[in-house]
Write a protein that binds this ligand. Sequence first.
Ligand code: IPE
Ligand code: IPE
Ligand code: MG
Length: 247
Amino acid sequence: MSIKQQIRNDRLPRHIAIIMDGNGRWAKRQGMHRFFGHQRGVEAVHEITEACAELGIEYLTLYAFSIENWNRPQEEVDALMSLLIDTVEKETPTLHKNNVRLLTIGDTSRLPQTAREKFLNCMEYTAGNTGLKLVLALSYSSRWEITEAMRRMAVKVRQGEILPEDITEQTVDSLLTTAGIPDPDLLIRTSGELRISNFLLWQLAYSELYFTGLCWPEFNKEALYEAIVDYQKRERRFGKTSEQINS
Ligand code: IPE
Ligand code: IPE
Ligand code: MG
């Protein structure tokens, strides 16, 4: 049985989030410049988006650029921004054809204006699509997001829109940039690093974590299927006992 055939369609993760890591190291191993790794990384994004759409996954969130990544050498930041601009422009028709809707999370006000415009265009163009929701985390970091949410909450309290005793987890959820998006069921990180790097700290509370040594440019459909099959073998208990889950 192929790995794809082992996937159970009745137990698909509704939301897969991926920390796409290892572009630079992969390129260096080939004796190439880091940028070559980012270019090949875009091909992996294309392949994994297509695979998720084919499988009927509802949400795919990709960590494309963190707020901390602004601290990389200016030359690399500029190259990544150019690549983002080219890619969103080039991929918009394919996304639309595949009924994919694009969304973004993060402090996108920090992106260059051309990038902001291209992403807005793509989001508007695909807004009516009913298939996979592709959520790109751009200039995203979780502590920034939580701090922003607290600031907005404080304003609401000051204006008397909400009382402190009425604040619930749902109130917090509704103030995050991911408002309306269900929490990830499965988090994948490539490149062998075992950390979260400021990604979705609130939303990952009960996600299943999957780490692979493959670098992002090497991550393909088969590798995704393997991660999903592994996820489907796990028992998600959410604090309960195994007996409760199985009764
Ligand atoms: C992930 O690959 C892409 C971004 C963070 C933009 P890296 O660029 O982090 O590659 P490594 O981790 O240095 O190999
Ligand atoms: C995490 O990768 C951010 C993205 C994949 C966009 P990094 O390469 O920036 O993470 P660290 O610095 O190794 O933790
Ligand atoms: Mg990295």
